[in-house]
Design a protein around this ligand. Sequence first.
Ligand code: ADP
Length: 209
Amino acid sequence: MELSNRQEQIIQIVKDNGPITGENIADHLSLTRATLRPDLAILTMAGFLDARPRVGYFFTGKTGSELLTEKLKKFKVKEYQSIPIVVEEDVSAYDAICTMFLEDVGTLFVTNELGHLVGVLSRKDLLRASIGNQDLSSIPVHIIMTRMPNITICKPEDLLLDAAQKLIEKQIDGLPVVEPAENGLEVIGRLTKTNITKALVELGLDQHL
Ligand code: ADP
């Protein structure tokens, strides 16, 4: 987050004199309390300063990058997940390819007749199946998918950072976001590298500070 000159000055005054009232900060700068109000609000919201009633403003001691890390660690999977694209396990590889194009996704989740997660299908799984002129319309996806229990999952309440770490560790592009269902897992979302990139851009553009 870029601070204005005046905001930098305020931080310095509070560092040197805190706890200090808004009135006194204004005196140091020869400005009115009303003029300073937006700056004080920004600095408090962003976590540089804290304010206690009848005490005044004090410096939290946190650097910009510490505050950024704090924000990042608050991001949850459910705030960034996308809609999952799901196919049933007896759908053909050919139809799965069509679904990928129509839905514009790189990963499909595969469910059984109860709607429970049984597998994941990536672009490479489909490419592999198409090597050697096989008839893709006669190959059901459950033969070529990665199957449970080898599926890496995440939950809506998980930290986005933990989900990102799973993507890196397992070298995969996406995770199904799941909720427990009777005797299985229900797929309620999709978390991909794109979602992580969006969070990073938001953070960079200060929309969370
Ligand atoms: P691509 O195959 O397009 O490079 P991935 O890197 O995501 O996409 O997939 C690599 C392999 O990992 C595939 O065989 C795929 O089935 C499997 N895979 C993808 N996502 C998961 C997941 N969440 N859990 C377990 N395996 C996965």
